[in-house]
Design a protein around this ligand. Structure first.
Ligand SMILES: [Zn+2]
Length: 126
């Protein structure tokens, strides 16, 4: 199984549509319609696969940044990733200790790492 099934289907679809167009040009209509329709089917299937993957919660939940310490650039380093789809979750990687904290909701205004008690960021005062 390919790592990128939807890209493969969409690519296959494009290639078939391109061949279909080519055969139309050289007046091989039977072949053109067969390959062209196959291309459109593959293309649509690829697109539907994409939307399914886009809504797959498990795929989002399985995705996590690598746990590990971030390079120390003279200040507290951290990384925040917020999911694009429901349920909204913020994944925070603590630079000083390298621990990952996952919490529901968008990026909080301020965050203190529960592992090492370092304040990673605070709400900026105007
Ligand atoms: Zn920490």
């Amino acid at each position: 199984m390919s790592r990128y099934p939807r890209e493969n289907f969409i690519l296959s679809g494009f290639i078939c549509i391109a061949f279909g167009a080519f055969f139309t040009v050289v007046e091989v209509y039977t072949l053109a319609s067969t390959v062209g329709v196959l291309g459109i089917i593959l293309f649509i299937f690829g697109m539907s696969l994409r939307s399914k993957l886009g809504m797959s919660e498990s795929a989002i939940r399985e995705w996590r940044p690598d746990e590990g310490q971030l390079p120390d650039a003279g200040r507290v380093m951290y990384r925040v990733d917020v999911t694009m789809d429901e349920p909204i979750e913020s994944t925070i990687v603590c630079g000083p200790c390298g621990k990952i904290t996952v919490q529901p909701g968008p990026r909080p205004d301020s965050f203190i790492c529960p592992s090492c008690q370092v304040q990673l960021w605070a709400a900026e005062e105007e």
